[in-house]
Design a binder for this molecule. Structure first.
Ligand code: 9D3
Length: 252
């Protein structure tokens, strides 16, 4: 898989890919990221990427021509991208399902905005989709692009060493994770649950299921609608919901 990223801050993208699992995967050529500096596609001496908005108002708007030319260069070097993602606060919310969809493609281009906005013809005539990473205001699209690359790359074969850990990932299964512990078994009066220390693998598996389900039920109950639960998990969930009901009655 290859990502092509268009940005006025290439070093922000490079810095985000220089450490950890993603850096290692790139070194091993498990996926590629080519970062394009938007200013390389300007045609004036000052390498101008923005201009004042038509109709007036505060702030500057990214000009369309450098972005169209950057994607032309990507097409020329690597062929037609299967997705041209405009990262923008107006986009559809990026989720684990969107990550899985993008991970099935082999060429994804991401356009990062800055300033107050981007000339809307980029959305209309260049991007194939628009994605947001959540409802908060950031200074630009570079961090969202890194978030998308990270979530997508983790789904590519070999990127995360332990495939089981990807399959078991909270949002892949549609549940929050169970609590984790390591040694020592007791620290500052805080104890690791006995069952985990016991070595009874059947009991441990069941405890983890119960804790993952209980946490999901209390913090993110809406996730349960889409979760894939085995028979044992369905049974545990019924028990937890009964306990909750019991507690609710006890309150009044
Ligand atoms: C002052 C301009 N803003 C009005 C509230 C609009 C605006 C434009 C551009 C706000 C933020 C940005 C920069 N953000 C992104 O490009 C962005 C983003 C985000 O801010 N939050 C969540 N996901 C994303 S994806 C791209």
């Amino acid at each position: 898989m290859q990502f092509d990223i268009v940005t006025i801050f290439p070093r922000m993208i490079e810095a985000g890919l220089a450490e950890g699992i993603l850096a290692r995967a790139i070194q091993r050529d498990l996926f590629r990221v080519r970062v394009r500096d938007l200013r390389d596609f300007t045609d004036d001496r000052h390498r101008t990427v923005d201009d004042v908005p038509y109709g007036g108002g505060p702030g500057m708007v990214l000009k369309p021509e450098p972005l169209f030319r950057a994607v032309d260069a990507i097409r020329h070097d690597a062929g037609e991208p299967q997705a041209v993602v405009l990262v923008s606060p107006h986009g559809r919310q990026f989720t684990q399902a969107e990550a899985a969809r993008l991970a099935s493609l082999d060429r994804v281009t991401i356009l990062c905005g800055r300033y107050e906005g981007i000339d809307d013809r980029v959305r209309e005539g260049l991007a194939t989709e628009e994605l947001s990473i959540g409802d908060y205001v950031l200074s630009g699209g570079e961090l969202p692009a890194l978030v998308i690359i990270d979530a997508v790359a983790r789904l590519l074969p070999g990127v995360v060493g332990d495939e089981d850990s990807v399959a078991g990932d909270s949002f892949s299964r549609g549940l929050l994770d169970f609590p984790h512990f390591t040694r020592p078994a007791e620290y500052k009066d805080l104890k690791v649950p006995d069952v985990l220390v016991s070595g009874h693998h059947g009991e441990i598996r069941k405890w983890r299921k119960r804790r993952a389900l209980a946490l999901t039920l209390s913090r993110r109950p809406e996730l349960l609608a889409g979760a894939e639960l085995d028979m044992e998990e369905q049974e545990i969930l019924r028990e937890l919901m009964e306990e909750q009901k019991g507690a609710a009655h006890g309150r009044d």
